[in-house]
Design a protein around this ligand. Structure first.
Ligand SMILES: O=C(O)CCC(=O)C(=O)O
Ligand SMILES: [Mn+2]
Length: 201
């Protein structure tokens, strides 16, 4: 495999998944989302987020008036479905971590959706990376620093791209400024799906 592109400690694997692998992963995710439908989360201050979220694995990351946290069940009360094998195989190939992910967060970005700069820090163990898989429309990914502020670098993530946020980048700020709605034909109705695999406990 080609060496990853490294930007600010983020390891980027462009085109890691080919089109048929992407389509197969979408089929697997449709099964997950039938059991655990996307919800529109609100921040602890009550502001609706523009992305829709669900999850697979032992835990899902959720946010509502009670705060940011991992929960063992979907808000409907059902267990989160298992993380599909197609998704776990990307972790096994690229994460270089002896533990298995306990959460696959599913973010769906429709037209106009974005995600502000943030750190992924609700996990108990930062030794393993957070691994991100992008599917569907292109998204402008911004990579910052562990401390707030400072210079950032941006990169358009395309369908099939994988980003590994580990080591010095594990606690670095990152976010998605905007998507190019309709730029990919992978999803029938457009939009972007991002998966993040996380070790939680
Ligand atoms: O959508 C992305 O590329 C990043 C998502 C993300 O940072 C998160 O879910 O914590
Ligand atoms: Mn994040």
């Amino acid at each position: 495999m080609d060496d990853p592109l490294t930007l600010k400690g983020f390891r980027i694997y462009p085109d890691y998944l080919d089109r048929s692998q992407q389509a197969a992963m979408i089929e697997d995710l449709r099964g997950v989302l039938r059991a655990a439908p996307l919800v529109q989360p609100v921040t602890p201050r009550g502001k609706p987020m523009s992305v829709r979220m669900s999850a697979a694995g032992q835990f899902g990351w959720v946010t509502d008036r009670s705060g940011y946290r991992y929960e063992p069940r979907h808000p409907s009360g059902v267990d989160w479905p298992a993380i599909p094998a197609s998704v776990l195989s990307v972790w096994d190939a690229l994460a270089a971590c002896p533990r298995q992910p306990e959460c696959c967060l599913i973010n769906w970005y429709g037209e106009g959706a974005r995600m502000g700069l943030h750190q992924d820090k609700d996990e108990a163990d930062f030794t393993c990376p957070v691994l991100s898989i992008s599917l569907g429309d292109e998204g402008l990914f911004r990579m910052g620093n562990v401390a707030r502020g400072g210079k950032t670098e941006s990169l358009w993530l395309r369908s099939g791209d994988v980003v590994v946020m580990g080591g010095a980048a594990r606690l670095a700020h990152h976010g998605v400024d905007r998507i190019r709605f309709g730029s990919s034909t992978l999803l029938r109705d457009g939009g972007r799906i991002n998966l993040t695999l996380r070790v939680v406990t």
